[in-house]
Write a protein that binds this ligand. Structure first.
Ligand SMILES: Nc1ncnc2c1ncn2[C@@H]1O[C@H](COP(=O)(O)OP(=O)(O)OP(=O)(O)O)[C@@H](O)[C@H]1O
Length: 207
């Protein structure tokens, strides 16, 4: 997947969050979106995900395989997105949620639901309702679902939110395992969670 942002701007009321943001996200690349609290990182990620309309400018998606444009209606199927404001259906047990979710968004080839439970080290909680999970367990679940989804586009908003040191190391290990040949965008202001990204976009350059 290639993603091309052209002259993007977003405002709420009269207040512009950013303007004139143009950037090409190349297939297989990892890019960090950087900026302090309130700079507009989540707003930009939501626009790139096709979930929020820009106030001006365009986002174009292109298949890396065929070189053909991808209609925005196709993007949800090709996208894995992990963000603090995206909620899980918490009344499900872990195994129920994984069965439901993977029907809509299959896992990478060779990874089964039991494999993913082990990867997320949530085996003991497999019959537990997700609403009873700790915040770190929920974050490992959200990340596990995104990292191990079989999608060419992976967007991670503040990925180590609520993770302890072991969880943060787990995130780095698994993002390294799954990022090959995907377009990865990480929004962050924590250097440890985007250190592997070879490119950076500073939102404050567009304000
Ligand atoms: N729905 C909304 N209505 C009005 N203003 C909004 C809305 N969503 C975001 N904003 C404003 O847009 C600006 C950017 O918010 P955003 O959440 O994108 O920043 P961020 O860089 O992700 O912040 P953080 O690091 O704190 O998560 C903020 O000033 C915020 O108040």
């Amino acid at each position: 997947m290639r993603l091309d942002a052209q002259d993007l701007g977003r405002r709420y009321g009269r207040q512009w969050v950013f303007r004139n943001l143009s950037y090409s996200f190349e297939p297989g690349s990892a890019t960090a979106i950087l900026g302090p609290n309130g700079a507009g990182k989540s707003t930009l990620l939501s626009i790139l995900a096709g979930q929020l309309l820009p106030s001006e400018g365009t986002v174009r998606y292109e298949s890396a395989l065929s070189g053909k444009p991808v209609p925005v209606a196709e993007v949800p199927r090709l996208l894995a997105y992990c963000a603090p404001y995206l909620e899980l259906p918490e009344d499900f047990t872990l195994l129920e949620l994984l069965a439901f979710h993977t029907r809509l968004k299959p896992l990478r080839p060779g990874v089964s639901i039991p494999d993913l439970v082990d990867i997320m080290y949530l085996h003991k909680a497999r019959h537990q309702a997700v609403r009873t999970f700790s915040s770190g367990m929920k974050q490992r679940l959200k990340l596990g679902l995104a990292l191990y989804a079989d999608t060419p586009l992976l967007l991670l908003d503040e990925p180590t939110t609520n993770l302890d040191a072991q969880g943060a190391a787990w995130y780095l290990e698994h993002v390294a395992r799954v990022r090959e040949s995907r377009l990865l965008i990480v929004s962050s202001n924590v250097p440890a969670e985007y250190g592997f990204c070879e490119a950076q976009v500073r939102i404050t350059d567009f304000q």
